[in-house]
Design a protein around this ligand. Structure first.
Ligand SMILES: O=C(CO)COP(=O)(O)O
Length: 254
């Protein structure tokens, strides 16, 4: 089964209403390949979700950047999966390294969140990735396999999951993984899925790369056989996000 190229824009904790309107109008005017070729999802902060949802072109979709681990209730400051569904938000990013590292979200907590979000009908961009220290210690595969295992242990259906490999050392640093480095980990992750989940899930699950992706480096990365798209931070706030979406053409012509 062909894996449709996927480009996500993670706006993180950025933007004012005015800036959000500007980004949306740039996106709405962008000429990009059709929905058959590329799936585009942008993820504004919670407070801007309704604004973006109602003003964004219909071929682009919206994701929240997080949601609560179970049914909503007395959890001050949290936003539940049910609320996202109620607002018609189809996607959620879970387990971003900024949440894992700064807010101390464990592998198990992330696995529980992914599982709960899926039960509510959300589609999930599940993030994994090693720190520089872990890479230098040679434990990259061990780390990402553990992170993936904690998710795999809690879910049985991968149809609505996109796995985002985001090496922490590449996030916001301008130090992008080389195409070979990204391909190596994506290939190993697919092998892990094949051995530990199923050959079907390994073949059909999109594994996207994130970490200092720009218009300048996206094509070479997109050309790697196991790179099925991107999760873009900083560059997703800029007009060059359109060029990154266009890198889907590299796959189409492969
Ligand atoms: O964390 C990221 C996307 O989730 C990547 O961020 P940058 O593209 O800014 O490095």
């Amino acid at each position: 089964m062909a894996r449709k190229f996927f480009v996500g824009g993670n706006w993180k904790c950025n933007g004012t209403q005015e800036e959000v309107k500007k980004i949306v109008s740039t996106l709405n005017a962008g000429e990009v390949p059709s929905e058959d070729v590329v799936e585009v999802v942008v993820s504004p902060p919670f407070v801007f979700l309704p604004l973006v949802k109602t003003s964004l072109r219909p071929d682009f979709h919206v994701a929240a950047q997080n949601c609560w681990v179970k049914k909503g209730g007395a959890f001050t400051g949290e936003v539940s999966a049910e609320m996202l569904v109620n607002l018609g938000i189809p996607w959620v990013i879970i387990g971003h390294s900024e949440r894992r590292l700064i807010l101390k979200e464990s592998n198990e907590f992330v696995g529980d969140k992914v599982a709960y979000a899926l039960t509510q009908g959300l589609k999930v961009i599940a993030c994994i990735g090693e720190t520089l220290e872990q890479r230098e210690a040679g434990s990259t595969m061990e780390v990402v396999a553990e992170q993936t295992k904690a998710i795999a242990a809690k879910i049985s259906n991968w149809t609505d999951v996109v796995l985002a490999y985001e090496p922490v050392w590449a996030i916001g640093t301008g130090k992008v993984a080389t195409p070979a480095q990204a391909q190596e980990v994506h290939f190993e992750l697919r092998k892990w899925l094949q051995a530990n989940v199923s050959p079907e899930v390994a073949a059909s699950t999109r594994i996207i790369y994130g970490g200092s992706v720009t218009a300048a480096n996206c094509k070479e990365l997109a050309a790697q056989p196991d790179v099925d798209g991107f999760l873009v931070g900083g560059a997703s706030l800029k007009p060059e996000f359109i060029d990154i979406i266009k890198s889907a053409e590299v796959k189409k012509n492969a």
